[in-house]
Design a protein around this ligand. Structure first.
Ligand code: VGL
Ligand code: ZN
Length: 207
């Protein structure tokens, strides 16, 4: 592991995913010090922001349905979330204690009101790219390390797409936190990642 040639991806480390936020991940904020401790070791650091317009179709309010109901959105299964990470809102800001100084690139996703976007690489239509793959490949980066929120959604899909794009993918598990909805989902998704050859590691292994 040569971190000086690797990229760290900090997924959606935003207020709305932390306790008191609109879509809180249990203890979502407790990983911030771990991320801060490791971020300066990497060649490139990319932070993502979930960045929705207020009429985003992943919001239950837009459909007048209940939170966590599931609908079909343009042929894609969609869980309906509380309104979260609205562009320019406090909830969409990075957690105030996240050290942004080492961050080289910020990727914003979920800006199209008609398509949700969990992965840092592409929207849920699996067609529309964010450009992250080409940024990393352009810099000849082969190893990517994932942190942030939520383990079973945006981190998971970033890991799967990163592996699919040919990167060696490491999930620093103690630097992520999961939603675990539906219950058991977190464990299932960790198993799926392992089966795909994604490596689940602990931050202490980096030292
Ligand atoms: C996320 C649900 C909806 C995430 C984003 O960052 O994991 N989850 N939007
Ligand atoms: Zn979202």
């Amino acid at each position: 592991m040569n971190l000086a040639r690797s990229a760290l991806i900090i997924v959606d480390m935003q207020n709305d995913f932390c306790p008191d936020g609109a879509l809180p991940v249990p203890e979502g904020d407790k990983i911030v010090p771990i991320i801060n401790k490791i971020s300066s070791k990497f060649y490139k650091v990319i932070a993502t922001q979930d960045w929705h317009p207020s009429n985003h179709k992943s919001f239950a309010s837009v459909h007048k349905k209940n939170i966590y109901d599931t609908i079909e959105l343009n042929g894609i299964n969609q869980i309906l979330w509380p309104d979260h990470c609205i562009q320019g809102s406090k909830g969409a800001d990075f957690h105030p204690e996240l050290n942004l100084n080492p961050v080289d690139l910020i990727i914003r996703k979920g800006t199209n009101p008609n398509v949700d976007s969990y992965s840092a690489f592409q929207e849920n239509d699996k067609i529309t790219k964010t450009g992250l793959e080409y940024y990393l490949k352009g810099l000849n980066i082969k190893d990517i390390y994932l942190t942030g929120l939520a383990t079973d959604y945006c981190v998971f899909y970033t890991a799967i797409d990163g592996k699919e794009a040919g990167f060696n993918v490491y999930v620093i598990i103690d630097a992520t936190q999961g939603i675990d909805f539906p219950e058991g989902d977190l464990k299932n998704k960790i198993e799926i990642m392992k089966k795909q050859g994604i490596k689940i590691i602990k931050s202490e292994e980096l030292f």
